[in-house]
Design a protein around this ligand. Structure first.
Ligand SMILES: *Cc1c(COP(=O)(O)O)cnc(C)c1O
Length: 393
């Protein structure tokens, strides 16, 4: 598999075969290279490796064959030139910030991003003189108006969590580039199977491999994907020094996750669409947030930008927090956990969990009400998922 031109192959095939450079043992499945360092032929070779004059493995914080296979495969799936793996999705986001930002810089971030992403930019980068403004994800004019001369990048998730709003990536990439900024897209909810942000003009993609890429809720990991120059010159030196690397074991789990990602995503999306339509008919449900529904404000954009509508559905209950907790506690099969992207369906109350550490003002601005329930639709039989929910509705 060494000298394949993967550009000739489809996404599904790349997901299964790309990235594995078979060793002299002729193994069929990618091995786990459990080694922290590598042996050099000579002092000269060691020197050439360390100074980057000769490619090859040096130390597993930044070079490991199992991790490299995962990186190469995900890069090919996203149609990116390079990918770097990290210890978690948050470590990947932190790496983007650490690599690209300096004191005095400004970040423009969607209001509707993962709670820890808000805290990373606001609290941690804020401590070192980087300011961040949060804007409405779906309002391009608001993004453009908030750009400052010192804005380094725009950061967003689409679809957003937990309201499943969709941003126009191409439009925001054009706005960013017109002002000399980069666009960073968190592609966790869609994965490369549903959406390709780099093709739409984004400069970098961040991933939490913990979610759909693993797919079975076992390992924590993350990745950054982008062009050769940005990754090689900016992100790689930070990974090598900062050290939040992915373990070979986790990379091995994620590699097999990628192999089934295409069929899993399609099945997840079919289940989610079915559940969203069913939830709309329930009298105690005030509103369903799902881009596959014609009532969704960005339904047309979702159809254009994504190949399927995604597998996270959220809905508002008439009775507020009390009713939301009651519904969650009445389920018997669904997992009460904040994780998502698992074959097991999970149910969560965002206002008191994933978004509970945000100030009530930020939470209100993000539109996360007390009656909101989020479901990451898994691969169980859809009728069993409905039956489980029906008890609490
Ligand atoms: C989970 C998640 C992250 C963070 O990833 P971890 O692997 O948990 O660190 C970032 N963005 C989104 C959209 C997520 O769902």
């Amino acid at each position: 598999m060494n000298d394949f031109d993967w550009q000739e192959y489809s996404l599904e095939t790349r997901a299964i075969r790309a990235g594995h450079h078979r060793s002299t043992e002729g193994e069929h499945s990618m091995p786990i290279f459990a080694t922290s360092s590598y042996v050099f032929d000579s002092a000269e070779q060691a020197s050439l490796r360390f100074t980057g004059q000769q490619p090859g493995n040096i130390y597993s914080r930044f070079t490991n064959p199992t991790v490299s296979a995962f990186q190469d495969r995900l890069a090919l799936m996203e149609n990116g030139e390079r990918c770097l793996a990290f210890a978690s999705g948050m470590a990947a986001i932190m790496a983007v910030g650490m690599a690209l930002l300096k004191a005095g810089d400004h970040v423009l971030c969607s209001r509707s991003v993962f709670g820890n992403t808000v805290l990373t930019f606001q609290n941690y980068f804020g401590k070192f003189g980087v300011s961040t403004d949060f804007v409405e994800l779906t309002d391009p004019a608001a993004w453009e108006a908030a750009i400052k001369p010192n804005t380094r990048f725009l950061f967003l998730e689409t679809p957003s969590n937990p309201l499943i709003e969709i941003a126009d990536i191409r439009l925001l990439a054009d706005i960013a580039h017109r002002h000399g900024c980069l666009l960073v897209v968190d592609n966790v909810f869609c994965t490369p199977i549903l959406q390709k942000p780099l093709e739409l003009g984004a400069d970098l993609i961040v991933h939490s491999a913990t979610k759909y890429i693993d797919g079975q809720g076992r390992c924590v990991g993350g990745a950054v994907v982008g062009g050769e120059t940005l990754i090689e010159k900016e992100i790689y030196p930070y990974l090598r020094t900062g050290g939040a690397c992915m373990s070979p074991f986790n990379a091995w789990v994620f590699l097999s996750g990628l192999e089934t990602l295409a069929i899993r995503m399609k099945a997840h999306c079919d289940n989610a669409f079915e559940l969203a339509k069913w939830l709309e008919l329930q009298p105690t449900v005030a509103k369903v947030h799902y881009p596959g529904l014609a009532t969704h404000p960005q339904h047309e954009l979702a159809k254009r930008q994504q190949s399927h509508f995604g597998a996270v559905v959220s809905f508002e209950l008439v009775g507020g927090k009390e009713q939301a907790w009651k519904l969650i506690d009445a389920t018997r099969m669904l997992s009460i956990t904040a994780n998502l992207g698992d074959v097991k369906t999970t149910i969560t109350h965002p206002a008191s969990t994933t978004h509970g550490r945000l100030s009530p003002e930020l939470r209100a601005a993000a539109g996360i009400g007390d009656g909101l329930v989020r479901i990451s639709v898994g691969l169980e039989n859809i009728e069993d998922i409905k039956t489980d929910l029906l008890q609490g509705l």
